[in-house]
Write a protein that binds this ligand. Sequence first.
Ligand code: ATP
Length: 296
Amino acid sequence: MARMTFQPYPSHSSPNAEVGDAALVIRNLVKTFADKVAVNNLNLTVPKGSFYGIVGPNGAGKTTAILAATGIIRPDSGNSWVAGHPLWANPAEGTRVEEEVLAAKRSYGLLVDGLPVFERLSGKEYLEYLGYLRDIPGEELQQRIADLLQALDLADAGKKYIADYSAGMKKKILLAGALLHSPEVLILDEPFEAVDPVSGEVIRTILRRYVEAGGTVILSSHVMELVEGLCDHVAIINQGTVVAAGTTEQVRAGKSLSERFVEAVGGKQLDTESFGWLRGGEQPSARHEGQAGVED
Ligand SMILES: Nc1ncnc2c1ncn2[C@@H]1O[C@H](COP(=O)(O)OP(=O)(O)OP(=O)(O)O)[C@@H](O)[C@H]1O
């Protein structure tokens, strides 16, 4: 399909017509750190009920776009809507309509590494705390916590401080926190990173069931095969902007997602002379010969 060659994703300045029915709409989003433009006029529409993959090279701006679109950090300009609710009234001034922001935040569950977590709580206490914040009734909350800890193989770890969790356990407890209130939209930044294959399969099953039940999943990943197998839509982000988006079939256009990814962001080839110094333990003799004060 000629139209799916990697043209800049179209920009829309009046999104109102599409906002209503979409799970996430991002329009003209810009976020700069000092002189680094991390997100560069990014536009994205995630249809309700879709399983949406976001892929892009390291530093492409995926995490920054997720944080700005969910209202965690303030964009320089642009706006986003989650389940129809705008996060920003005027991002440049930092103004919001609090009821809309609350409604947006209620409607999503978010997993992003590096956000503050109360690490001196056990996994179970952390989920209980989130449950109280989300007003989940006591008995229902305990049932959900038990289900999540059991399914994610965290039942024993439920008693341990999060500070003492491994990277994979921490990822899973944060995912449990994102799922706990059964949100309309799940936004997950690299949810499978550091997670073992058994838990990974459980998570994939949970997410598939959630989408079958009407939820929307938006996940970022570097694993093309995973996105290709799981997601019905995909966006490729490069240098802070969306360079291709559509159904997974459209974006793949008859090739593997991996091939399309490399076409879209540009491959890299090492010349044959590179890494001549990497010799599996064999050291250049000159280093020892030239060294003063070394005795045999
Ligand atoms: N708080 C920050 N301060 C300064 N620069 C930042 C900050 N956060 C992100 N950046 C920069 O913005 C760019 C985009 O980073 P971001 O983490 O959004 O990329 P990413 O696509 O999620 O990358 P990865 O796939 O490696 O996780 C990078 O150049 C990064 O160094």
